[in-house]
Design a protein around this ligand. Structure first.
Ligand code: C2E
Ligand code: MG
Ligand code: MG
Length: 551
């Protein structure tokens, strides 16, 4: 047993001199048996172990688990040592026996597990779990010490653009450098953690007052500015910060983090590069949103959404070539609510998927029936939210509706906003390709408001650009708008892409767009968005030019 046991074993006498040891021990400490036998531990052993062995000579059992520096081999190991007295024939204590297990590998594994569980792999910063743990501890201490603490929520502004410009690897490298810089900007006692892809949370305990927090906020803002290096490029960045203070803004960890995040949202709206403290009005605002969210859920369940249709016209032939489906919320108290008042919230809460699906289904049904009744083909344009664009199953969902409703794919056009397409480039390209493979066409909505690059526009291969109303409304008088509109039209045509102008309200606008070669138009001049019941009559009585011609 002595030789076979997978542990190091040695015996010692009353003078703490080793009298016997097994092979395993010699391997463990890295020195031969001859050097170990006769070794006087009283001199070499570290004091903790020595004390333990002396205690054994008084009859007690001792154990130790922890680090140990093996002096002979000069190795740092992690051991578990158990020592017990050895009795002679007469029952007196003659010495002791020590059993040592080398737990170095085990310890390394445990350390790694801990690291994986509590630290972020990219930046080595504490993760969300460890942060919350420390925050709870800090709150308990702050309650006793009566000193305020702050939670800061940070988000890197326009992070997507950094990734788009320099690639994922450089963006990761930037995050690592940023993490270092932010860590330098705070105190050792503060906890900086990575809480999301481009999000950080900072715990600032033991503050004197809120001005301390504001000062740290400024330091963090400065630290984030850079300059940063990506290959041979130098660039600037910024973060937005939301702060919440204990005890004023919340008494619990979750509450503080939530409020810091509310403040962050405000900072993002006002920013970039702003530090915003939480105030109670945000709380009221958040409550309002929560109420609206609840109502949105109910609206979906109770079918309070209705779809309106707005005609899309071929400018040269004056024919109605299509209809855009635009959702409205028939709110029981507030009346007809326009989409811009609820779509952003639906996007944030994920309800948009259900909403867009509902609109697509209803629109396919309405326009499908309208085509059957009028014996003419119409293109149906449906908006798809930016959020949906990122979902891998978006094309599957569309295909399902087309199949269920028996709607011809070539007559469906999906509108995605330019901003969405640019914010999630790779994903957008994949989604557009998947949609096109169904046979549906794709239009880039609100064109001119985002930041398309020509190469990306080419890569996306959409079939239509919709010039945003912002560039149409001041036509033809405004020289900038005129220049932009005509540039977009020739740009699109050079790519072989069709152009539709949104928001045409006047004849002058129409004339100008026709001159520039714009293909299609949509706007109050032709018709406002209308409910399905009106659409039929509208279509039947459509005549343009209404008596006096425009062409
Ligand atoms: P959009 O897709 O760019 O739709 C065009 C908007 O311009 C519509 O506003 C339409 O009513 C308005 N409009 C059309 N012609 C004129 C005009 O001559 N003058 C003026 N002043 N406005 C005109 P609406 O219906 O309020 O929709 C706003 C936005 O909400 C839409 O912009 C679209 O991005 C979004 N949206 C609407 N329905 C849906 C939907 O079912 N799903 C998703 N994801 N988004 C939707
Ligand atoms: Mg649209
Ligand atoms: Mg638009």
């Amino acid at each position: 047993m002595f030789e076979q046991a997978p542990v190091g074993v040695f015996l010692f006498d009353r003078d703490l001199v080793i009298t016997e040891c097994n092979e395993h021990l010699t391997e463990m400490v890295g020195s031969p048996r001859e050097r170990l036998i006769g070794l006087a531990l009283a001199k070499t052993l570290d004091t903790r172990l020595r004390r333990g062995m002396r205690a054994v000579l008084d009859g007690s059992h001792e154990s130790y688990v922890g680090p140990y520096h093996a002096p002979v081999s000069d190795r740092d190991v992690w051991i578990s040592a158990r020592a017990a007295p050895l009795l002679g024939d007469d029952g007196s204590i003659e010495g002791g026996m020590v059993v040592i297990a080398d737990l170095t590998d085990h310890k390394k594994a445990m350390d790694l597990v801990e690291k994986l569980a509590f630290y972020d792999a990219l930046t080595n910063l504490p993760n969300h779990t460890l942060f919350h743990d420390r925050l709870r501890q800090a709150i308990a201490i702050a309650q006793r010490s009566q000193r305020p603490l702050a939670v800061a929520a940070l988000n890197v502004d326009r992070f997507q653009r950094i990734t788009d410009s320099f690639g994922h690897q450089m963006a990761d490298r930037f995050l690592q450098q940023l993490a270092e810089a932010l860590a330098h900007a705070v105190h050792d006692r503060d906890t900086l953690s990575r809480s999301g892809p481009n999000d950080f949370l900072v715990l600032l305990p033991e503050l004197r007052d809120s001005r301390d927090a504001a000062r740290v906020g400024q330091r963090l803002l400065t630290a984030a500015r850079g300059p940063w290096q990506a290959g041979e490029h130098t660039f600037r960045a910024s973060v937005s910060i939301g702060m919440a203070l204990f005890p004023g803004d919340g008494a619990e960890a979750d509450e503080l983090v939530q409020r810091a995040e509310w403040a962050l949202r405000r900072a993002k709206e006002a920013g970039p590069g702003i530090c915003q403290f939480f105030d109670q009005s945000m709380s009221a605002h958040a409550k309002e949103r929560l109420a609206l969210e609840t109502q949105l859920h109910r609206a979906l369940d109770e079918g309070q959404f209705v779809v309106y249709y707005q005609p899309q016209v071929d400018l040269r032939s004056s024919e109605i070539v299509g209809a855009e489906a635009l959702v409205r919320w028939a709110h029981p108290e507030r009346g007809l609510v326009p989409p811009l008042e609820f779509i952003p919230l639906a996007e944030e809460t994920g309800l948009i998927a259900a909403l867009d699906h509902l609109v697509l289904e209803a629109a396919c049904a309405h326009i499908g029936a309208s085509m059957a009744a009028s014996h003419r083909s119409l293109r149906l344009a449906v908006n798809l939210s930016a959020r949906e664009l990122g979902s891998p199953d978006v094309a599957k969902g569309v295909a399902q509706v087309l199949r269920d409703r028996g709607f011809p794919p070539e007559l469906l056009e999906i509108e995605i906003t330019e901003t969405a397409a640019m914010a999630h480039r790779d994903i957008a390209s994949t989604a557009v390709a998947a949609l096109k493979s169904l046979g549906v066409t794709v239009a880039l909505d609100d064109f001119g408001t985002g930041f398309s690059s020509l190469s990306h526009l080419h890569g996306l291969a959409v079939q239509r650009l919709k010039i945003d109303r912002a560039f149409i409304k001041d036509l033809p008088g405004n020289a900038d708008s005129a220049a932009i509109a005509s540039a977009v039209i020739s740009l699109a045509h050079s790519f072989g892409i069709g152009v539709l102008a949104e928001g045409i309200e006047t004849r002058e606008q129409l004339e100008f767009l026709l001159e520039q070669g714009c293909d299609e138009g949509q706007g109050y001049l032709f018709g406002r968005p209308m409910p399905a019941e009106e659409w039929e009559t509208f279509l039947a009585h459509w005549s343009w030019p209404a008596g006096n011609g425009h062409a």
